[in-house]
Design a protein around this ligand. Structure first.
Ligand SMILES: Nc1ncnc2c1ncn2[C@@H]1O[C@H](COP(=O)(O)OP(=O)(O)O)[C@@H](O)[C@H]1O
Ligand SMILES: O=c1ccn([C@@H]2O[C@H](COP(=O)(O)OP(=O)(O)O)[C@@H](O)[C@H]2O)c(=O)[nH]1
Length: 239
């Protein structure tokens, strides 16, 4: 029996830090391959998927600023990091026979196409997995915000945040081991309780556009597909 699909078109935000695996920096190809296989599996269910990829495994702008450097330059470095990750993910998907394309918010025509909403929708309609590089293209933003922005632009039914933890907790579960986990929350509750799994701008943009946010562990193989078909472990944030 064909499983019922919860969301037909989704934007998946993949944590940059998740890509480094155990090595603590850079890209572990085995991890990228595993995440790509989850995307391939979900794509095979008929779900349209686009991806915003983070860059925390390569660079974060605040790291430059905290050492007295220029924040904007640091953020440019961070955005370039997301492009490296996007190329790695495209490589893994292509290896698996999944047609994928990278669109960057910052023009680098020798490397990938530039983002326009029109091009992104056309690639999606042609059945490709669209990978967004360069975040929003602006310093002082995050790839979580890029996730909410691109989800709205692509008409996604949900924004999936694939991260290091399996949902939203009453406090950061890495720091507070007995924090309690939520199955369901509203956007307002996430903001009012200051639950820091995602930045405020991203949650506010999703709220304004009535886009549910699904927070799940990117490290659990097959979880993305399980959530799409109604099982799987996640916290769902909705109106
Ligand atoms: N209330 C909370 N519930 C769940 N995770 C939280 C919470 N507060 C902080 N976190 C932390 O937020 C992290 C995800 O945010 P972020 O650093 O932006 O990761 P990513 O690399 O996935 O974008 C989680 O790994 C978790 O440790
Ligand atoms: O729209 C954006 C998205 C990202 N970044 C920079 O890119 C880095 C990596 O992105 P992020 O921290 O969101 O990655 P993740 O946490 O998902 O690994 C950030 O720290 C910023 O320096 C930016 O300047 N603008």
């Amino acid at each position: 029996m064909t499983p019922e699909i919860r969301y037909r078109r989704v934007l998946l935000k993949v944590s940059g830090e998740a890509l480094m695996g155990e090595q603590g920096f850079g890209i572990d190809v085995a991890v990228v391959d595993r995440i790509a296989s989850d995307i391939a599996e979900a794509r095979a269910l008929g779900v349209e998927i686009s991806v915003v990829i983070g860059g925390g495994n390569v660079f974060r702008g605040v790291a430059v600023a905290s050492k007295g450097g220029d924040r904007v330059t640091g953020d440019h470095m961070g955005m370039l990091g997301t492009t490296i990750n996007a190329l790695a993910l495209r490589t893994s998907l292509t290896k698996m026979g999944v047609d994928a394309i990278v669109l960057s918010a910052i023009a680098m025509p020798e490397i990938c196409e530039s983002f326009t909403q029109r091009a992104a929708l056309a690639h999606q309609a042609a059945g490709r997995v669209v990978i967004f590089a360069g975040g929003t293209g602006n310093p002082f933003f995050t790839t979580d915000s890029a996730g909410a922005l691109r989800a709205a632009e692509m008409g996604a039914a949900a924004l999936f945040k694939g991260t290091q933890v399996d949902g939203i907790y009453s406090a950061d579960p890495k720091k507070v081991p007995d924090a309690t986990r939520f199955d369901q929350l509203s956007h307002d509750e996430v903001l009012q309780k200051g639950l820091a799994v995602m930045d405020i701008a991203a949650v506010a943009l999703a709220r304004e556009n009535h886009i549910p946010i699904v927070v799940f562990s990117i490290h659990q193989k097959g979880e993305f597909g399980r959530i799409l078909t109604g099982s799987g472990r996640a916290t769902v944030v909705s109106d």
